[in-house]
Design a protein around this ligand. Structure first.
Ligand code: IPM
Ligand code: MG
Length: 355
């Protein structure tokens, strides 16, 4: 298969971790006989410094022309003082999500057997293993409502709009994902307070009745979900959440696995086009030191192969190789090891073999 992958590495540790994921993808191409081309473009603060815009039009166009997009991370202290709408997080990340129509964010969090000791949770809590998927709505809600500061600067307002159509399309993604897993969806909301949450509940419940009676659906308030995630994480299969709740719960879920450096994500459109990125940020404090964990980005590349290119065996080969590297103890410092970013990347690439 021939595929064009837009590569937007961004800021901080972005370029270091993305370089490793690209090496792994090149190894996949060589092993399985594919022709991947990589179209590298600037994004985030790095693009701002070069062009005055965190998301230059050429970068967005290159993403549109690609079969899939691989992103590192954007942002850093250097650009924190830019006006809100020009900051890398809003201008680059949120614009990419909106412009590319990436409404469905999948964030799988699982324990790796050899990493159990890295989880901050007691062994008895993670002993059964955790394998959950956060399905986060990504182009609506609080992130894309109004953001207003009053003229006198003394008050501010953010709004959380949702429509039935937006809720239905993300609920369908959650139901479909659950069908391939253990068949359970927990819809997270704050229906005891928020009107949007009540709309979520009604809509998801109705849709389950008409389209997904094979799925076991329950509802949980977000505060309770945050508690249950550390009390009995094995209980969860698919967690369905609006944008902000999904953002918060996916960071929490990452810790169960031992390190935020382990969580990949896929942001998808209905037709399977997607943008793939680790859930962690640009980590400016460790940038350039060669200690960043590249595995979340490498696992994001595995999701890219699965969801946008339909290459299941290739995707599984990366995940298997990652498990082997974790078992070998060649780990970055966040996981208690002393290997460098490129050593871990090379170790994974070396263990990827074709069919
Ligand atoms: C994430 C990040 C972003 C988000 C930030 C950087 C805007 O935390 O992808 O989870 O909140 O969506
Ligand atoms: Mg986040």
């Amino acid at each position: 298969m021939k595929a064009k992958i837009a590569v937007i590495a961004g800021d901080g540790i972005g370029p270091e971790i993305v370089a490793q994921a690209v090496e792994v993808l090149k190894k996949v191409a060589a092993e399985f006989g594919h022709g991947f081309t990589f179209d590298e473009r600037p994004v985030g603060g790095a693009a701002y410094d070069a062009t005055g815009d965190c998301l230059p039009a050429e970068t967005l166009d290159a993403c549109r022309r690609a079969d899939a997009v691989l992103l590192g991370a954007v942002g850093g202290p250097k650009w924190d003082s830019l006006p809100a709408a020009q900051r890398p997080e809003r201008r680059a990340l949120l614009t990419l999500r909106r412009e590319l129509g990436l409404f469905a964010n999948l964030r799988p969090a699982r324990t790796w057997p050899t990493l159990r000791g890295s989880s901050p949770l007691k062994d008895e809590i993670v002993a059964e293993g955790v394998d959950l998927l956060v399905v986060r709505e990504l182009t609506g809600g609080l992130y894309f409502g109004e953001h207003v500061r009053a003229a006198d600067g003394q008050s501010a307002l953010d709004t959380m709009p949702y429509s039935v159509a937006e809720i239905e399309r993300i609920a369908r993604v959650a139901f479909a994902a659950a069908r391939k897993r253990r068949g359970r969806v927990t819809c997270v909301d704050k229906a005891n307070v928020l009107e949007t949450s009540r709309l979520w509940r009604e809509t998801v419940q109705r849709l389950q009745g008409t389209e997904a009676s094979d799925i076991a659906l329950d509802f949980m308030y977000v505060d309770n979900a945050a508690m249950q995630l550390v009390r009995s994480p094995s209980h969860f299969d698919v967690l369905l959440a609006e944008n902000m709740f999904g953002d918060i719960l996916s960071d929490e879920a990452s810790q169960i696995t031992g390190s935020i450096g382990m969580l990949p994500s896929a942001s998808l459109r209905e037709d399977g086009f997607g943008l793939y990125e680790p859930i962690h940020g640009s980590a400016p404090d460790i940038a350039g030191r060669g200690v960043a964990n590249p595995l979340a980005t490498i696992l994001s590349a595995a999701l890219l192969l699965r969801h946008s290119l339909g290459l299941e065996a290739e995707s599984a080969a990366i995940e298997r190789a990652t498990g082997e590297v974790l078992a070998s103890g060649e780990l970055t410092p966040d996981l208690g090891g002393s290997a460098t970013t490129s050593q871990v990347g090379a170790a994974v690439a070396k263990k990827v073999y074709g069919g």
